[in-house]
Design a protein around this ligand. Structure first.
Ligand code: G3H
Ligand code: 13P
Ligand code: ZN
Length: 312
């Protein structure tokens, strides 16, 4: 099937009490690992591309890799989404350049400026058959080299969401309920707890409206341990507990963003491979198990966390 928007995916996810995985793609092996997992589990998927991914791999290469994945996996609905669009121009370039969905991230702006920018993107996107995710509230962590300290992060204010959605016309809303970007989300020894009270109040005010969670990697400790065992140094890397993501997916959260877990799966696998095969130098030899690790990790997310298996 051709590239799809997220409209139908989110409607089914909302009604079915599951979430669609939004996985960041930066190269061929990542695209293949994710989409093979989705094909095998018969799950819809959102492949998302950040500003950094476009700078690294080039817009055209990424679009063509996704087109190849659509040809190779014809049964599954695939949306191509701009992750954290920083401005109107980047969103326009992706809308004009074959994406089916964009995010405009005005979350660091004052409310009215966020509304104004998001509305401008929505008007252009909708005129071109593309859907828009906007954001209210600020996540901690690292995005496109910008580090937001935990103290500067702020939860979404539920009392603002109705006005924001009606004034912007956005199709989905990313909110801040305690998730954060990167591999160091919570302090070791603490008890990570998402703010389900905020999520529930947002959902009460926006019935039927798809909510998005960024910063939702769970930072599997098996990957962290492997990285540290084979020469890495990632003490205290901790993610969002998977049972809390499952609960969010059963509520109004229709899209769950995962990037760091992909990076960890690849890095852990390649570190182990090099430790065990110090004489190997063919990239195909170590990228093959890395791609397989991405595929296994994504299958696990689909089946045990998102609940999106057999939902095509
Ligand atoms: O939220 C950010 C994503 O993990 C993308 O990261 O900007 O390093 O590509 P990136
Ligand atoms: P993680 O760093 O938790 O994988 O978050 C990814 C993300 O939100 C991409 O937009
Ligand atoms: Zn994000």
């Amino acid at each position: 099937m051709p590239l799809v928007t997220t409209t139908e995916m989110f409607k089914k996810a909302y009604e079915g009490g599951y979430a669609v995985g939004a996985f960041n793609v930066n190269n061929m092996e990542i695209v293949q690992g994710i989409t093979e997992a989705c094909q095998e589990t018969r799950s819809p998927v959102i492949l998302q591309v950040s500003k950094g991914a476009r700078a690294y791999a080039n817009h055209t290469y990424l679009v063509k890799l996704v087109e190849a994945a659509i040809i190779e996996n014809p049964d599954i609905p695939i949306a191509l989404h701009l992750d954290h669009g920083p401005d109107f121009e980047t969103c326009k370039a992706c809308i004009d350049g074959g994406f089916s969905s964009v995010m405009i991230d005005g979350s660091s702006l004052p409310f009215d400026e966020n509304v104004e920018l998001s509305k401008k993107v929505v008007e252009y996107a909708h005129a071109h058959g593309v859907v828009v995710e906007a954001e209210l509230g600020t996540l901690a962590g690292i995005e496109d080299d910008v580090k937001v300290e935990a103290g500067e992060a702020s939860y979404t204010k539920p009392e603002e969401v109705e006005e924001f959605v009606s004034r912007t016309g956005c199709d989905s809303l990313a909110i801040a309920i305690g998730t954060s970007h990167g591999a160091y989300k919570f302090k070791p020894g603490t008890n990570p707890q998402l703010r389900f009270d905020v999520l529930e109040e947002v959902s009460r005010r926006l019935p039927g409206f798809p909510i998005v969670l960024h910063g939702s990697s769970s930072v599997p400790q098996e990957f962290v341990e492997k990285i540290n065992k084979y020469g890495g140094n990632m003490p205290g890397a901790i993610g969002v507990p998977e049972d809390q993501l499952r609960k969010a997916a059963s509520l109004s959260v229709c899209k769950i963003n995962i990037d760091s877990d992909i990076r960890l799966a690849i890095t852990a696998t390649i570190r182990e491979y090099f430790a065990e095969h110090p004489d190997h130098f063919d990239p195909r030899q170590y990228l093959k198990p890395a791609r397989a690790a991405v595929k296994e990790m994504v299958k696990h997310k689909i089946i045990d966390v998102l609940g999106s298996d057999n939902k095509i």
